[in-house]
Design a protein around this ligand. Structure first.
Ligand code: 5AD
Ligand code: SF4
Length: 476
């Protein structure tokens, strides 16, 4: 906790500065990245800043970057071109953080082509943002605050949450898997799990503030505490519960069971697990915990055993399908979503057919599809058999079509049934229409009222529209 106390000094120093304090944070990555942005906002608001969506009015503009695929990088460079004029007009501070800043060639590019950037920081130095900002303001010099080694888990960073009903809680950081396409292990470092008491206390606090849904986050959530165990650390944690009892937590499964007991929290989700670590105790914990949504995100990446081997995924097509079967047998009505990459080096038409085959068999509720993107420093980037861009796009389109057909077919099954929907708020386009999510994460729109926000309501599904379902609340 030392780090945060020291940052309190900088937070107070900034608070006392007589300067204009408006800020904007632009988030360019995954939910972990979003969760980090909530902390950046938290530190800024503690320092007296207020948020603005209008970049032209912001005195501090923070980019929280992602490097998982090339298009996230392109977005940053596009936006940087735009904010240069604000810097020239009003001298705002421009800060860039996030995963991309852990890549040396990117920092080089910033120095060469975007010299107006004031602060460069990484995910391991996020908690020092108030200090970096204070120095940039007071000393008017460029700050570069990057740690090459794995950062420690820091507790107690102030957080401003984007949402009032759903919240993300990071349970572990980093990744030990080194899938050959992925840059994350290089930028986020090795796996480190948070202490279960800290996670529990954070969720209790969220529940007290009215949050209903929690998503547990990590690059590999079902490896929670595994890395600590393998290092011989004692992971038999005793967590003091809100009921005064003491609970043992020593794995992802025991953590899920504990969180399931928290009063006020009504839904629990988690992303992302790795199929190779999907042990029976995890399946049983999901089955037994009534608040854990029965929609499991199970990243496939490819349906071809050969490609999976080259990806270093550590499972075959058959093992993946067997796991799906096992989960289906243990948990009634379970559904799946997934991540798939098309056009990995060496992927043949036959390999791609295997991916389509798994998709047809599992019939996912939702598929996050990606075209393989070369990442400097990864094993796959050095492979010589890169797939032609045109073929990658053709395969992507074919997969998209299949996925949409399945979604349409599955959507039809919802019509006439009653779904429990967590109401999130008003629709952006129609005053009378409210919107929420089913347990399977489907968007459900319906005519409702203000009092329904934050409640889980039974809605009868009356029609399906590809990306949303229309529901009706009968007791109105
Ligand atoms: N190219 C394309 N997609 C990627 N992903 C990770 N690395 C790459 C890459 N180099 C996808 C994976 C992962 C998701 C978060 O992003 O499908 O599960
Ligand atoms: Fe992007 Fe991956 Fe970092 Fe998330 S963890 S911000 S997806 S690089």
């Amino acid at each position: 906790m030392k780090q945060i106390q020291m940052q309190d000094t900088y937070i107070n120093k900034i608070k006392n500065l007589d300067i204009k304090k408006k800020y904007s944070v632009l988030t360019m990555g995954c939910q972990l990245n979003e969760n980090d942005s909530e902390r950046i906002s938290g530190m800024l608001e503690e320092s007296g800043y207020t948020k603005t969506e209008d970049l032209a009015k912001a005195n501090v503009i923070v980019f929280n970057t992602c490097c998982v695929r090339e298009n996230a990088e392109d977005r940053l460079f596009g936006k940087l071109g735009e904010v240069k004029k604000y810097k020239e007009e009003n001298g705002c501070i421009i800060a860039i953080g996030g995963c991309m800043m852990q890549e040396k060639h990117m920092i080089q590019k910033l120095h060469e082509s975007y010299p107006f950037v004031d602060i460069i920081f990484g995910p391991h130095t996020l908690q020092k943002f108030p200090e970096d900002l204070y120095k940039a303001i007071m000393e008017n010099k460029k700050i570069e605050d990057i740690l090459d080694i794995d950062g420690e888990i820091v507790e107690g960073i102030p957080t401003v949450r984007e949402d009032k009903i759903k919240a993300s809680v990071t349970i572990m950081n980093g990744c030990n898997n080194f899938c050959s396409y992925c840059i994350v292990p290089y930028v986020r470092g090795r796996e480190r799990s948070r202490n279960p008491q800290d996670i529990y206390d954070e969720i209790i606090d969220l529940a007290k503030r009215g949050y209903k849904e929690i998503t547990l986050l990590g690059q590999n959530v079902n490896s929670y505490l595994v890395s600590e165990k393998s290092k011989g650390e004692n992971v038999d944690f005793s967590v003091k519960g809100q009921d005064g009892l003491v609970y043992k937590v020593n794995s992802f499964a025991t953590l899920l069971r504990l969180i399931n007991k928290i009063d006020g929290i009504e839904r629990i989700r988690f992303i992302s697990p790795h199929p190779k670590d999907f042990t029976d105790d995890v399946i049983e914990a999901i089955r037994d915990s009534e608040k854990v949504c029965k929609l499991i995100h199970l990243p496939l990446q490819s349906g071809s055993t050969e490609v999976l081997k080259a990806m270093n995924r550590k499972y075959t097509k058959e093992q993946y399908l067997n796991l799906v079967e096992k989960i289906k047998n243990k948990i009634s009505n379970v559904q799946f979503s997934t991540d798939i990459i098309v056009g990995f080096p060496g992927e043949t038409e036959k390999d791609f057919e295997d991916t389509l085959d798994v998709v047809s068999k599992v019939k996912y509720e939702q598929i996050y599809m990606f075209i393989y993107s070369r990442r400097v420093g990864t094993v796959a980037d050095k492979m010589e058999n890169q797939v032609d861009e045109k073929i990658k796009h053709q395969r992507f389109d074919k997969l998209k079509k299949l996925a949409e057909n399945i979604i349409e077919e599955k959507n039809k099954n919802y019509v006439g049934k009653t779904e429990l929907v967590l109401v999130e708020g008003k629709s952006k386009t129609n005053e009378k229409v409210y919107t929420g999510r089913s347990e399977t994460n489907k968007v459900v729109n319906f005519e409702g009222n203000e009092n329904m926000i934050g409640k889980i309501l039974p809605l009868k599904i009356v029609s399906e529209h590809m990306w949303y379902l229309k529901g009706k609340y009968d007791n109105m």
